[in-house]
Design a protein around this ligand. Structure first.
Ligand SMILES: [Zn+2]
Length: 173
């Protein structure tokens, strides 16, 4: 990873931005650029991934069947949406979207963070109760006790679920 420190931040204008950039080789996906921006003053944080090779808009669907599947690798670009119908949850791309290379467990942890935030920000009893149930379900999913379906759609093609169990289709944009 290359690192450039003390760069001007596009938001707070302080020279406290660190740029990171690198490339990794992901089996069955190819060479991938990974980059990040991080400002220590205003906490601006952005990361993304991009495949070196031009790819077609895609939809990946994976149905998990056990704890082993938590290790399946996931590449998610900032333009992708992730749906977990089992949890009735969806993360859509937006200005704050991040791209990352992780695995199914890492994706679930990100959903967990969203649920915890909703729980902590809400004063409503039923929202808190719903969050508690979802967190319990998430725990069981991570243990492999509840199978789930995960769908990733990416018009840029820069995302993938890397497993023979995953179904890949072309996405109509
Ligand atoms: Zn800043």
């Amino acid at each position: 990873m290359d690192k450039l420190e003390n760069q001007p931040c596009p938001f707070c204008r302080n020279k406290t931005l660190t740029l990171t950039e690198g490339e990794i080789e992901i089996p069955y996906f190819g060479k991938t650029f990974v980059f990040g921006m991080n400002c220590s003053s205003c906490k601006y944080n952005k990361s993304d991934v991009e495949a070196a090779e031009q790819k077609d808009p895609c939809r990946y669907t994976l149905e998990t069947s056990g704890e082993e599947d938590m290790k399946i690798r996931v590449v998610k670009s900032s333009e992708a949406s992730i749906k977990i119908p089992t949890l009735k949850m969806e993360v859509k791309p937006g200005p704050d979207s991040e791209g990352y290379v992780s695995n199914i467990e890492g994706v679930l942890d990100r959903f967990k963070k969203i649920i915890e935030e909703q729980r902590d920000l809400s004063e409503e009893e039923d929202v808190k109760k719903n969050a508690k149930n979802l967190l319990k379900k998430l725990w069981k999913i991570k243990l492999g006790d509840i199978p789930i379906k995960i769908v990733i759609e990416d018009p840029s093609g820069n995302s993938a679920i890397i497993s023979q169990k995953a179904k890949m289709e072309k996405l109509k944009v």
